[in-house]
Design a protein. Structure first.
Length: 238
């Protein structure tokens, strides 16, 4: 089980804090509050006032945007070393999305006032945060393009390429991106429903691009997956 030493180590490795003096890192470790979350626990509620910044120490966090009809769009999954809720800290607005722990997760929480003080005293933290946010903005732009222009099979193929490092990464800051991703999560990330996503996965399996083992998806042929991702496969599932 992760503890305070793991929290300190995660702070030192986190991209947003890279380059800070060890004394500053030690100060962050002293004021960052450890937070343990069980599987499925709501960490952030979309639309509620921002309380601060979160750092993933252990486990995974799913970022979710909900519609008025109650449908969820998964914006991304964050692994150890990733931070979230930077936007709300910067602009003072409410939480722009919800966040839920995928399994048991250990987080560090930095109160908003402390984070703002850190940004004022160390502009390099703001620059690092902007770099992180820019990368996520590009990913969101690609997601919007996929939802508007590509069928579900192509979207699933492009998503799965992230598992093998050929099209970004499904799980930010994680080494094993697809180790625990479920069919429901795949459906939510490509803006579809589970039944349609499963048909797309079966189509990719029949073509030899992937194999399905219980709830796991294993990439078997990257070249075939790339062909589907580029729209060069057969007609996909709509």
């Amino acid at each position: 089980m992760a503890g305070m030493q793991d929290l300190s180590a995660a702070i030192e490795r986190a991209p947003i804090f890279l380059g800070l003096d060890k004394h500053v890192l030690a100060r962050i470790a002293r004021i960052m509050r450890p937070q343990r979350n069980g599987a499925g626990r709501q960490v952030l509620v979309e639309g509620e006032p921002c309380t601060g910044l979160f750092l993933v120490v252990e486990g995974q966090i799913r970022l979710i945007k909900s519609t008025a009809e109650g449908r969820d769009q998964v914006l991304g999954i964050l692994g150890p070393g990733a931070t979230f809720n930077e936007i709300a800290v910067f602009d003072g607005g409410p939480n722009p999305f919800g966040a839920v722990s995928v399994g048991a997760a250990f987080l560090g929480f930095l109160p908003k006032s402390d984070m703002i003080r850190l940004l004022d005293q160390h502009p390099e933290v703001a620059r690092a945060a902007l770099k992180i946010l820019s990368s996520r903005q590009r990913s969101l732009g690609s997601m919007v393009e996929d939802l508007a222009l590509r069928d579900v099979t192509v979207r699933v193929a492009r998503l799965l390429l992230g598992c093998v490092g050929h099209h970004g990464h499904i799980i930010e800051s994680a080494e094993t991106a697809c180790e625990h991703i479920t069919h429901q999560e795949i459906a939510s990330m490509v803006g579809s429903v589970r039944e349609v996503a499963q048909r797309a996965l079966k189509q990719l399996e029949r073509d030899g691009a992937i194999s399905l083992q219980r709830s796991r998806v294993c990439v078997r042929d990257v070249s075939k997956l790339k062909a589907w991702a580029g729209g060069a496969g057969n007609a996909g599932v709509e």
